[in-house]
Design a protein around this ligand. Structure first.
Ligand SMILES: [Zn+2]
Length: 209
């Protein structure tokens, strides 16, 4: 008589162990897939915003769970340029920048008016500014001072696209200019970055940035 395969596997303990194992593996891969899908969607949204500023189709990379554990370069974002001064077609953002951008639309920036914002709000606003900065590198500007000047004028654009109401986004941009820009290293400052100056994207408007 041939062996009944069901009877061979019938040790209830091993059947249960296999069942538990399969459920765990299934749950983990479903979770991994969901995370992967979410990251792809977020990167796509950020890429669409940055592409508008870069004037061409570019990519935005947010590190996955494992690479975010080994991330050590410490920059908020970066764009590589080749020896001829041509930018890559994507930017790499730090895990912190990606996280802040993910939650940007839920941050309450009414604290700017009250003057009692904390690190959370500044971190979020700076992330919007970082995406604008990297987008202008991708547009072809390698000079940090020029790139930064254009980014300062487009931080509200990024914030608004990520769900910050227009008025708050405008205040956020002005806030970064007053509170963040002066603390940046010298190379991020350009003598040509002022209201009505050569880097002013809206020279007919008195407000700057
Ligand atoms: Zn830069």
């Amino acid at each position: 008589m041939p062996l009944n395969p069901i009877r061979v596997l019938a040790d209830p303990l091993s059947v249960r162990a296999i069942a538990v194992f399969l459920v765990v593996v299934g749950a983990l891969s479903a979770l991994g897939f969901a995370r992967h899908e979410q990251r792809a969607r977020e990167q796509g949204q950020l890429a669409a915003i940055a592409s508008d500023l870069a004037g061409r189709r570019i990519g935005v990379h947010c590190p996955g769970f494992l690479s975010s554990l080994v991330d050590t370069h410490g920059e908020a974002g970066r764009v590589r340029f080749d020896a001829a001064g041509r930018p890559a077609d994507h930017t790499d953002l730090s895990p912190q920048t990606c996280k802040a951008l993910r939650h940007l639309g839920h941050v309450d920036f009414t604290c700017i008016d009250r003057g009692d914002c904390g690190f959370t709000q500044f971190d979020a606003a700076w992330a919007a500014h970082t995406l604008a900065h990297e987008a202008f590198h991708l547009r072809g500007f390698q000079d940090e001072g020029v790139t930064e000047c254009y980014a300062l004028q487009n931080t509200a654009f990024v914030a608004e696209r990520l769900g910050v109401p227009a008025l708050q986004a405008a205040k956020l941009q002005a806030w970064i200019y007053v509170r963040g820009y002066p603390n940046e290293p010298e190379e991020y400052h350009s003598a040509r970055c002022y209201s009505g100056g050569p880097l002013d994207l809206r020279p007919n408007v008195t407000k700057f940035p």
